[in-house]
Design a protein around this ligand. Structure first.
Ligand code: SF4
Length: 912
């Protein structure tokens, strides 16, 4: 678009132009022209065209006239905070006139949680500089939560740019040759089960498909499992046990149709924020929340059942017992559409096990059974358990017994944790699955897949599941492991075992977009992968809806799409016979063929249809006009008899009970703004603002009992490991239960992070580990010497790396990002050496190093609203004078954009 004459701009000055309703600052630097967004992201004022342009350490920048931050005219990045960026526009001079290209928006999908929100990514000059919710996407209708809204802000200094072997940069050919040779040799000497793949629910369906085919079709091993084992395995096992297929029967529209929503084991307000906003808007008559913590989700409940950790089966069995006694079951539905009801044994003192009053169980049973339509939503609180399958099945038993299934607003609906855990299951990308929901134990199914792939056979013996896989690596049965797009050295339970396994493995291949994960430190071969916004494919969200993911910008450096890496490797092994793909669409089309005639039939879908008509739900067979919203509406289930199966669910206690030595129950969960092991969100200072440091939350009664003071550092010890963190009072917990966020690993927190404590006890069917519960003790850490250092960092990754040695040398070390840059906190029994202090002084030369007790105090405290940077202290100050949310929003703007902070704002106002 032509904006003005070149000569109208004085040399080394700027002007403001309107380019398709966007204010653009256009600068003339001698004979060249540069264009960036006019808005200063710190002050929100449209002032940058009036800023001073200069050369700052070799980088052409504009200084904001308001707060004086500098922004690169070439990349848009803020020099003082690499996670902040302004848009850069393509600009040129033609025939004496300045032309600026308007931004373009590309529709794609959020890569974080299983809600699967549609995103419009604004691109200019091969950079994504803004995102907004896609108003036409049926998962979010234009909304994005705080994580989705920061998708484009991940700091590129943390990205992996080129392949490495033994820590040295090599060509792609050399890296893939090394893997091919070592895999070949290992298989020749020890058989195919001596190699393994540990992949991820963050991969796209096409990536997953080729990984699965590589392991099972080409190399001949079922040793391929994913971090979905930590996420949805129990939900899958229970769906298959009860309804006959791994297919969530409900859809998001059921939220509006439900009279009663029953949330169990999910802090939806933080883990699936856009879905929670939909629930709040729908305002169901009854909102029952089952959670041992009074979370933001529980606070919104009309009935909160604060049960003892791990007692969900007792609650569900108790509810069914009451329903039968009171005549609230739908006996006709049970007779016509189910089997095995007579096998249930519901006798037990369930209220005592749950630790709640009997009348609460009766009330929950009444509302669940007698509401016009009851929808249950559940997640890791049920899944991450050594009896996770039974917990899921016990909840599904309630739906079957009351006929609350297969109708608008009624049904069990597992919320998928990861963005594409379901896509991975669709292609059979796990150790005990086969493509398109086929059964690995079924010889006919194995042969069907072998025929479709053009191989003689598919291995029969199930592979090792996640935790078992690392145990086998530690024992030497698996010698070479390829880890893609996941961070097991942070996320698996019992981290000492995992680190030992990675140390002992003969070959560790790590394929990731980020170079700094805990797992990457063990890579013999590192393969740089494309990240969000850089690759093409599809993902399936919680409601079986397949969305297109689009490559908006090229990957940095030599990074390649995950599917491409697998195909390039496979060609080294078999010359490309089984992997002829040039584009991900060809992979999707092959996957589509495997689904023909199956329960998840997508033979009617294509990239063209998804591009033209938007995201679609499966099944979508050839010839169908649309996908199916909800399943089992005709009362016919995916079992051989067509009847849903009741499953007896005797109560099983948690794997590790408390005792005198470990008297407290540790439960884990998510933070609002962080994702998994923080490989991506942990590169953005904004993501740390809401919860700047790891804290163990302890009930005030326990604080008193243990003689601990709010904020002091404590040592938490389990039978497997220990860590040191600050303690905080939390009356929302049950006495005797403590809480830690799941995200903090050894990269941010010294030691091996929170999973040094957790237990690898597995569910007998799903093989999902009990990440939600273990026994611990807490005692004062007694580390009086404190240090806090922080400095701005144009390359935060390099500074984080530089201070790595300090992280291992003191009892407490924390490395994060804050509004200034990199922040390091240390604590020890006595002062560290003068030499180390001097070194730290030099490393943090641009910032500050404070030593002493006061050094730990944070000036502003937590930031509740990330969109507008509103601190908790500011909200407290407002709340002292007014309790009006509308007034608060009008004054500070908090809660007016993504809405992720709204539950907490309401709570703050109500508490004054
Ligand atoms: Fe992404 Fe948030 Fe939507 Fe989840 S709820 S898909 S994290 S925007």
């Amino acid at each position: 678009m032509r904006v003005c004459r070149f000569d109208d701009i004085l040399p080394d000055t700027g002007v403001c132009a309107l380019v398709e309703r966007e204010q653009v600052a256009v600068f003339r630097i001698q004979d060249s022209i540069h264009a960036v967004g006019n808005r200063d992201p710190f002050s929100q004022a449209n002032v940058l065209s009036r800023g001073i342009v200069a050369d700052l350490k070799g980088e052409l920048v504009v200084a904001s006239p308001v707060y004086k931050q500098h922004f690169s005219l070439l990349t848009g990045r803020c020099i003082e905070d690499a996670s902040v960026r302004i848009p850069v526009y393509a600009a040129r001079v033609e025939d004496g006139f300045v032309h600026v290209e308007p931004k373009k928006e590309v529709a794609t999908t959020c890569c974080y949680c299983g809600v699967g929100c549609g995103v419009l990514a604004a691109v200019s000059k091969d950079e994504i500089f803004a995102v907004r919710g896609d108003p036409s996407h049926p998962a979010n209708f234009g909304r994005l939560c705080s994580k989705g809204l920061s998708l484009h802000e991940a700091d590129p200094s943390f990205r992996a740019l080129y392949p490495e072997v033994d820590g040295r940069r090599v060509s792609w050919d050399a890296a893939l040759d090394r893997i091919a040779n070592q895999f070949r040799q290992t298989i020749e000497e020890h058989g195919p089960d001596a190699v393994a793949f540990y992949i991820s629910g963050q991969l796209l369906t096409e990536d997953y498909y080729v990984f699965n085919k590589l392991a099972k079709g080409l190399l001949g091993t079922n040793n391929i499992d994913t971090n979905s084992r930590l996420c949805m395995a129990s939900a899958v096992a229970a769906y298959k046990q009860t309804l006959g297929a791994d297919a969530p029967p409900s859809c998001y529209e059921d939220i509006e149709a439900a009279e009663c929503i029953f949330i169990a084991g999910s802090n939806t307000a933080w883990a699936h924020p856009i879905l929670f906003q939909r629930i709040e808007t729908a305002a169901p008559r009854h909102l029952i929340v089952v959670d041992p913590r009074r979370t933001e989700t529980a606070r919104a409940a009309t009935l909160h059942l604060q049960i003892a950790p791990g007692s969900d089966i007792a609650l569900f069995n108790g509810m069914l017992q009451v329903m039968l006694r009171e005549g609230w079951c739908d006996l006709e539905y049970i007779r016509r559409h189910t089997e095995n009801f007579e096998r249930l044994d519901l006798a037990g003192d369930w209220a005592a096990i749950c630790g709640i009053a009997e009348n609460k169980i009766v009330e929950a049973a009444r509302l669940f059974a007698t509401s016009r339509a009851t929808l249950s939503l559940y997640c890791q609180g049920l899944n991450q358990s050594s009896s996770g399958t039974a917990k899921n099945a016990a909840l599904i038993n309630l739906h079957l017994a009351t006929g609350q299934i297969g109708r608008p607003g009624a049904g069990p609906f597992s919320l998928t944790g990861q963005p594409n855990a379901m896509g991975g299951r669709e292609v059979g990308g796990m150790a005990n699955l086969l493509s398109a929901h086929r059964d690995l134990n079924n010889a006919e199914h194995r042969q069907e897949i072998a025929n479709l792939w053009g191989v003689r056979s598919v291995p029969e013996r199930p592979g090792k599941t996640a935790v078992e896989m690392f145990e086998a690596v530690r024992q030497g049965a698996i010698k070479a492991i390829w880890i893609a797009c996941t961070n097991p050295a942070q996320s698996l339970p019992d981290q000492n075992l995992v680190h030992e396994a990675l140390e002992r493995a003969e070959l560790v291949v790590v394929q990731d977009a980020y170079r700094n994960t805990e797992t990457a430190a063990y890579a013999d071969v590192f393969l740089p992968a494309a990240g969000w916004g850089e690759k093409e494919g599809t993902m399936t969200n919680s409601e079986r809806r397949i969305s297109r993911v689009r490559a908006v910008v090229p990957p940095p450096g030599e990074a390649r799409a995950d599917w491409r890496i697998v195909v390039d490797f496979a060609r080294k092994v078999d010359g490309g016979r089984l992997f002829p793909y040039q584009r991900p669409e060809e992979i999707f089309n092959e996957h589509r063929e495997t689904t023909r005639g199956r329960d998840l039939d997508v033979s009617g879908l294509s990239y063209a249809l998804l591009d033209e008509r938007g995201p679609q739900q499966w099944p979508f067979p050839a010839g169908a006009a649309a996908g199916r919203k909800r399943l089992y509406e005709d009362g016919r289930f995916a079992t051989p008899s067509g009847r849903a199966r009741f499953v007896p669910t005797p109560f099983t206690p948690v794997a590790e009970d408390t005792d005198d030595e470990y008297p407290l129950r540790l439960t884990t969960g998510r933070l609002r703004d962080q994702w998994h092991s923080m490989s991506r969100t942990g590169t953005m200072s904004r993501a740390f603002a809401h919860e700047p440091e790891p804290r163990v939350m302890v009930h005030p009664e326990d604080l008193t009992k243990l003689a601990l003071k709010q904020g002091e550092l404590v040592r938490i010890t389990s039978r497997r490991g220990e860590l040191v963190v600050a303690v905080a009072a939390d009356a929302d917990l049950l006495p005797g239960t403590v809480f830690l966020a799941m995200h903090w690993g050894g990269r941010h927190l010294g030691g091996r992070g929170i999973n040094a404590l957790t237990i690898g006890a597995l569910d007998p069917l799903s093989r999902q580990p009990e990440l939600k519960h273990c026994a611990v003790r807490i005692e004062p850490a007694r580390l009086p010497w404190r240090l806090v250092a922080s400095a701005p960092a144009a390359n935060a990754s390099a500074l984080m790396q530089e201070i790595e040695p300090v992280m291992r040398g003191v009892p407490y070390a924390l490395r994060t990002l804050d509004g200034v840059g990199v922040r390091l906190s240390l604590a020890a029994e006595k002062p560290v050496s003068q030499q180390l202090l001097k070194w730290l002084g030099a490393v943090f030369e641009q910032g500050s190093v404070e030593v002493g007790d006061a050094a730990r105090a944070a000036a502003r405290g937590r930031t509740l609203c990330n969109c507008f940077g509103v601190a908790e202290s500011e909200i407290d100050a407002f709340a002292a004078a007014s309790k009006s949310l509308a007034e608060l929003q009008a004054k500070l703007r908090c809660g007016t954009n993504c809405g992720s902070c709204l539950p907490e704002l309401r709570r703050k106002l109500a508490s004054w």
